[in-house]
Design a protein around this ligand. Structure first.
Ligand code: SAH
Length: 265
């Protein structure tokens, strides 16, 4: 079979191709070069609400931008509608970029969308991104793992489809335990209650990092005892870093990327 025929047959079997990418926490300096290239080349970009305007400004002039509105498990377009859109554009032969904040594979429903593509026989590529917890840890000058302190790191959510999410509280309550808690603002009192119930020290240090890597990034140093009160002050997306207090030298949080300003497209 001639090369052209073979590729035409391949396209019939597996129509279209979709690139899934993590846009990082907001600052375009935290994009990979590959994601920046995908942004410049895509015809259609379907992005979550948390993808910043500064990142979207790197889209090419040909790009059609579609906001799908989802934030983790939060409200937005129905997942089936998003999947149908992605498949529709891919089948029409468009260069489709599915852009999610942070890393697409962390509380981004990536698996569900990949399942749908696989079922439809549509090809895909996944480009990793810097997740919010990595940016938050960098902001407080802390290592997420540390010899002699924590040999494991938990990435957990404050709530899931069933409500507040249950976790291995016994492990999380141990001295030295480190966890990064996404979507934890509204679950703060629940988290506090569960951890104290399992023997955690109320003086355990925590950091709240809001708008990580954005110009309005804010770091709040707190303790388990004060977690609900201090979480109430948060208005933007925030990660709770359990077991990690900000290093004094990292405060006030100087953004490493001072050139970054949120810009409209
Ligand atoms: N895929 C994303 C997470 C999406 S879930 C990632 O890997 O980062 C949405 C949650 O992520 C928010 O509720 C918040 O807890 C966290 N988050 C996303 N962007 C953030 C940011 N810039 N600063 C702090 N937390 C952020």
């Amino acid at each position: 079979m001639a090369e052209r025929d073979r590729s035409a047959a391949g396209r019939q079997q597996a129509p279209g191709h979709v690139t899934f990418a993590g846009a990082g926490p907001s600052d375009p300096d935290l994009l990979t070069l590959g994601v920046a290239r995908a942004l410049a080349q895509a015809d259609v970009i379907l992005h979550d609400r948390l993808v910043s305007a500064a990142v979207l400004a790197l889209a090419g002039p040909q790009a059609v931008l579609v906001e799908t509105g989802k934030e983790g498990f939060g409200p937005g377009m129905a997942q089936d509608d998003i999947t149908a859109l992605i498949l529709g554009f891919a089948r029409a032969g468009r260069d489709v970029l599915r852009l999610k904040s942070g890393d697409a594979g962390i509380f981004g429903r990536l698996g569900e969308e990949l399942d749908a593509l696989e079922a439809a026989g549509t090809g895909f590529t996944v480009l990793p991104g810097i997740t919010a917890a990595s940016a938050a840890a960098a902001a407080i000058g802390q290592s997420l793992t540390q010899r002699g302190r924590n040999a494991d790191l938990r990435i957990i959510t404050g709530h899931d489809m069933a409500g507040f999410a249950e976790q291995d509280w016994r492990a999380l309550a141990r001295p030295g335990a480190v966890a990064t808690i996404y979507m934890g603002k509204r679950a703060a009192r629940f988290l506090q209650g569960r951890l104290l119930m399992h023997g955690a020290d109320p003086a355990t240090g925590l950091s709240l990092v809001e708008n990580a890597s954005r110009p309005d990034q804010r770091v709040i140093a707190t303790t388990l005892a004060r977690l609900p009160a201090d979480s109430a002050a948060l208005t933007g997306p925030a990660v709770i870093l359990l077991g990690l207090a900000p290093r004094a030298a990292a405060l006030p949080a100087a953004l490493p990327h001072s050139a970054y300003q949120e810009t409209a497209r």
